[in-house]
Design a protein around this ligand. Structure first.
Ligand code: ADP
Ligand code: MG
Length: 758
């Protein structure tokens, strides 16, 4: 057997279970103990500093130097007590999920001693040597250095022996170089716009926070098998691999069937997350074998994004301790369900109201409808940029294929709410409403909560679904930093709410009653955006046709989707809300394209190398065995000899049909020669070997042509249209070989081993 695969399987069979330890049976004993949270701050900070920090968190204001020094001092005291030795600014560059630059707390005093030191300026600002992080041209033309700056809204935490301080990352000229900065700006925007709209309904609202509850899907693979698959190691997915005879068709991958080993991993993961204050509640009911899900209780969006990034990091570390590797890739296995990261999203006021939860009175329900319809309108207006926010080379395997969810952005709202919207559309009209009409409409609106209670229908095929008290954006990729789609979603809703406010105010100014003005603008929105609503099966071909008829875009590939980043309309959206300047929008576009094509480039290289060094040698070895066999048969005179008599048919216990079938096979076989099967296999192997070899050579050529493009967008399209198809073609033939070549000789761990080894 291919030696890596063989030793991997051996390693697994002789491994001892990893023991699990929990700090305590009571979660409350250890929840958040590694977080410099409000409670800890209250204990460690002076009253003045504590209040200043709280104020900064509430109002996104700056913290002055004196307070920063005090906070740094307390943070250091706390961290040293907990055994930390280093600190790092923890940030989110544009590729990779998080980055860290570790510094030791100690500083030599000059007389041979050292003291533990950490100042306010070290807390507030750092200058990582970041010349290798992508900046999409910004750094080349302007400032070469960037700095990280403390984000007090996300608490510092201790990971291992390092105090991690969540930060933003920007260039000296003020351009954003990370995912967090634009997210914070979009969150400020939605806060402002939503708070203003809330004033129509409740004057007490002074702040609105976006909330996010993500659901993270992932696969677990034994680390020994992972190490024997260079494609998994280097690209995160299997470039080759025949589907196992038993896949997910039995749909039996539920909690009950989870092995002790996986449970041990999950328990430890949960514990580590809880210590870090990530409020996880793990579930494990994914459809594919060895696929799992982890979801926390929702939090304020900025914090939730940090927690998701932290989770992905912790997962990887804990998995290794259990001899597993986590696969966060959107499609690690062909023909097996992929992984996503559902983003449950809503808006919450500082008075404790979830703006997407229907209320108890007509007034609160009108507020609900306002935010509900404005979200629909925003998604309708900006579907292209929302699609762009989830575009990646890996997510194309889900969005571009007939899998969850499709590339067409549509919204599912359920039958009941569809009815409510239709009623509004019919009953509200322009001009004055009679008192009777008004009462009737309000009565209907007041009925929403009881209606929603029986709204149990759930459409799993929609990329953007309303699920009772929140929207669920399901098209986000499992490996993505969801800060980016969250930036876009909050930004487009903020923009929409701003426009809504303007329109309603204009009508009020013209003498319209406030509620009537709101109803009339909402009615307009329902009419103009209803084509984005779809209740049917999002995976079906009919939907593709229907969507095309409705004029909804169906953008299947990343380079195409990314164009939305730089359209006039979307650049205006970014600049109006000061999320990006025009130049920043262009640099994001450039970085995303580069990221796309580089990943394809790596996949193509790995595929080529595997074909030449693993696949072809294994196939030829087996072919040689066959040739030896044919030679041997010939040498004893059986190579081409006809069978003289019909062989005795030996079948025990077979049914009559089976006997007959077998008899005819035997008859056919008898008519040929003893080497015919071997010769056929020899020929098949040669055919597939030649095809994949030629395929790889042609792909290399296409890569060269693609690389010759000077323009990044052209290059990305060349990779997409001319290189990528070869990967699929080559794979087809490699997978055929996998089914032909003797198991002992096959070098790469097979799907059945990776998916069913627990
Ligand atoms: P599934 O989608 O798998 O059926 P759920 O409906 O239980 O699962 O998903 C609930 C998710 O939605 C949880 O992660 C939860 O934290 C999140 N969630 C619930 N309410 C809100 C809200 N108001 N804002 C954001 N997320 C929320
Ligand atoms: Mg979900």
């Amino acid at each position: 057997m291919g030696s890596l695969r063989k030793s991997a399987l051996h390693e697994i069979s002789t491994r001892k279970p990893v023991p699990v330890t929990t700090p305590s049976d009571k979660v409350s004993d250890y929840y958040g103990t590694n977080v410099f949270n409000k409670n800890t701050m209250n204990k460690y900070l002076s009253k003045e500093s504590y209040e200043k920090v709280m104020e900064a968190i509430e109002n996104s204001t700056r913290i002055d130097r004196k307070i920063a020094d005090q906070v740094a001092h307390s943070m250091k005291t706390w961290a040293l007590e907990k055994g930390a030795t280093h600190f790092t600014h923890w940030f989110q560059p544009l590729t990779g999920l998080t980055a860290e630059k570790h510094d030791a707390f100690f500083e030599p005093t000059g007389n041979g001693d050292a003291i533990e030191k950490f100042s306010g300026s070290e807390l507030a600002q750092q200058e990582p040597d970041a010349s290798s992080f992508p900046s999409g041209g910004i750094r080349n033309t302007f400032e070469a250095r960037g700095y990280t700056a403390w984000d007090p809204a996300s608490p510092a935490f201790i990971l291992g022996k390092t105090l991690c301080i969540p930060t933003i990352y920007i260039s000296y000229t003020g351009e954003t170089l990370d995912v967090k900065t634009p997210l914070l700006k979009a969150l400020t925007s939605i806060d402002k716009a939503a708070t203003e709209v809330c004033q129509y309904f409740d004057k007490n609202v002074t702040k609105v926070s976006a909330t996010l509850g993500w659901e993270q899907e992932y696969f677990l693979v034994d680390s020994a098998l992972f190490n024997a698959r260079p494609d998994l190691e280097l690209t995160g997915r299997t470039l080759f691999g025949h589907a196992p005879a038993r896949g997910q068709q039995l749909e039996d991958h539920y909690f009950g069937s989870i092995s002790e080993r996986v449970l041990a991993f999950i328990r430890e993961l949960e514990t580590e997350c809880l210590i870090l204050g990530i409020p996880v509640r793990t579930r494990h009911n994914e459809v594919a074998p060895n696929q799992f899900e982890c979801a926390p209780i929702f939090e304020e969006a900025n914090l939730a994004v940090d927690h998701n990034l932290l989770l992905m990091d912790v997962m990887e570390k804990v998995a290794r301790r259990h001899n597993f590797r986590v696969l966060l890739h959107e499609k690690p296995f062909a023909n097996v369900n992929g992984s996503g990261k559902h983003n449950n999203w809503s808006m919450q006021t500082d008075t404790g109201v979830n703006l997407l939860r229907p209320g108890k009175t007509p007034k609160t329900n009108l507020q609900f409808l306002t935010f509900f319809v404005n979200t629909i309108k925003a998604v309708h207006e900006y579907a292209d940029i929302l699609r762009a926010s989830i575009a990646s080379v890996a997510n194309d395997h889900r969005l571009g294929a007939n899998e969850a969810p499709p590339a067409i952005i549509s919204i599912f709202i359920g039958e009941q709410l569809t009815k409510i919207l239709t009623e509004l559309e019919e009953k509200v009209h322009s001009g004055k409403l009679t008192p009777e009409e008004k009462t009737n409409i309000k009565l209907n609106i007041g009925r929403i909560p009881e209606i929603l209670l029986d709204n149990t229908d759930r459409n799993r095929t929609s990329p953007f679904a309303f699920t009772g008290n929140k929207f669920e954006f399901r098209a986000v990729g499992s490996s993505a930093n969801c800060g980016w789609p969250m930036t876009v979603l909050n930004l487009i809703v903020a923009d929409q709410l701003r426009k809504f406010k303007k329109e309603v105010d204009a009508q009020i100014e013209k003498g319209s009653d406030k509620d009537v003005a709101i109803l009339q603008v909402l009615r307009d929105y329902i009419i103009t955006s209803k084509k984005v609503l779809f209740e049917g099966n999002g995976y079906s071909e009919e939907w593709e046709k229907e969507a095309a008829k409705r004029g909804l875009p169906n953008v299947k590939t990343t380079p195409e989707a990314l164009d939305a980043l730089v359209t006039k309309k979307n650049v205006a959206l970014f600049t109006t809300h000061e999320v990006f300047s025009e130049r920043e929008a262009h640099s994001r576009h450039e970085i995303a394209l580069e990221n796309y094509l580089k990943k394809l480039q790596i996949e193509a290289r790995v595929a080529g190398e595997l074909v030449y060094t693993h696949i072809i040698p294994a196939a030829l070895k087996y072919q040689n065995l066959l040739i030896e066999n044919v030679k041997g048969l010939t040498s004893i005179g059986l190579g081409v000899m006809e069978m003289a008599t019909e062989p005795v048919l030996e079948t025990t216990g077979a049914t009559k049909t089976a006997k007959t079938a077998f008899k005819s096979i035997t008859k056919e076989t008898a008519d040929t020669n003893f080497s015919s099967t071997q010769l056929e296999l020899v020929k098949s192997i040669s055919y597939h070997v030649n095809t994949i070899k030629t395929g790889v050579d042609k792909m290399v050529n296409e890569r060269k042509l693609a690389n010759a493009h000077a323009d990044t967008r052209d290059k990305a399209f060349a990779y997409c249209n001319n290189v990528k198809p070869y990967l699929e073609e080559i794979r087809y033939h490699v997978d055929k070989l996998e089914m032909l070549v003797e198991d002992e000789l096959w070098p790469l761990p097979k799907y059945r081993e990776m998916l069913f080894t627990r």
